[in-house]
Design a protein around this ligand. Structure first.
Ligand SMILES: [Zn+2]
Ligand SMILES: [Zn+2]
Length: 236
């Protein structure tokens, strides 16, 4: 219950900003998770077991570890734990080396994350990235909360620019028909607006003699379209 309330309050705050609110929620969850983990890294034996099982984090989250100011030493401790575990597990990983069923696993990414292209070639004995799992859990909670409070959130969602394509698909899959229709209408409207802004951007750039200035939404339209189609990526 407490977690559900926390997710609701966070969503309420994030959805007031431009950009996919589920991306915002998930990024915040991953960032808090990694930051906390770095603070506790030297003493936590569960963490050591987890890092041994997953052999650390995916490429995206490993690099994110290095973005927390003043935490480079803790990141080094995490990476040392991971590397030593990897060295210990090397013989086992060599023994179990087998050609992965590439077609199946490439087509269906584990846990619905947007990352881990390498997951396709990792054996099952290596557990998924713990931060990706944390993101997947937060996505599920965020999706549920958004749908539960869609009456309240549909206006702010429209103003925020709707969901990104991956989160739109995930959310509509979980939604009953009436809510699916609401989400579809919002998404169509915001993407039509976005297409109009792209149109303005292209038209004014092709016409070197245009006199009226390019509007802010048009100026940002290429970046916003990439975010809409692929998800928000934090700019560091
Ligand atoms: Zn998103
Ligand atoms: Zn990850």
């Amino acid at each position: 219950m407490a977690k559900e309330t926390a997710t609701y309050q966070q969503l309420q705050r994030i959805i007031a900003q431009p950009g996919c609110p589920l991306c915002g929620l998930v990024q915040q969850a991953a960032s808090t998770y990694l930051d906390t983990l770095l603070w506790e890294s030297s003493t936590d034996f569960n963490l050591q077991a987890m890092l041994t099982a997953s052999l650390g984090f995916c490429g995206r989250h490993s690099r994110q570890l290095l973005t927390f100011g003043g935490q480079r030493l803790a990141a080094a401790v995490v990476e040392r734990t991971t590397l030593l575990a990897a060295i210990r597990r090397l013989p086992e990983l060599t023994d179990t080396a087998e050609p992965p069923p590439v077609r199946f696993r490439l087509g269906r990414r584990k846990f619905g994350t947007q990352t881990q292209p390498d997951a396709a070639i990792l054996p099952d004995s290596i557990q998924p990235c713990p931060a990706c799992l944390r993101e997947a859990a937060e996505t599920a909670r965020g999706t549920e909360t958004l749908l539960k409070h869609l009456d309240e959130f549909s206006g702010p969602l429209r103003a925020a620019g709707g969901l990104c394509l991956p989160h739109f698909i995930q959310t509509t899959r979980a939604a009953p028909a009436p809510q699916r229709a609401v989400l579809l209408a919002i998404q169509q409207a915001v993407w039509q607006d976005l297409a109009g802004h792209l149109e303005e951007f292209i038209r004014k750039h092709m016409d070197h003699h245009h006199t009226d200035p390019i509007s802010d939404p048009a100026r940002l339209s290429v970046e916003r379209t990439i975010a809409a189609l692929t998800g928000e990526v934090p700019v560091r």
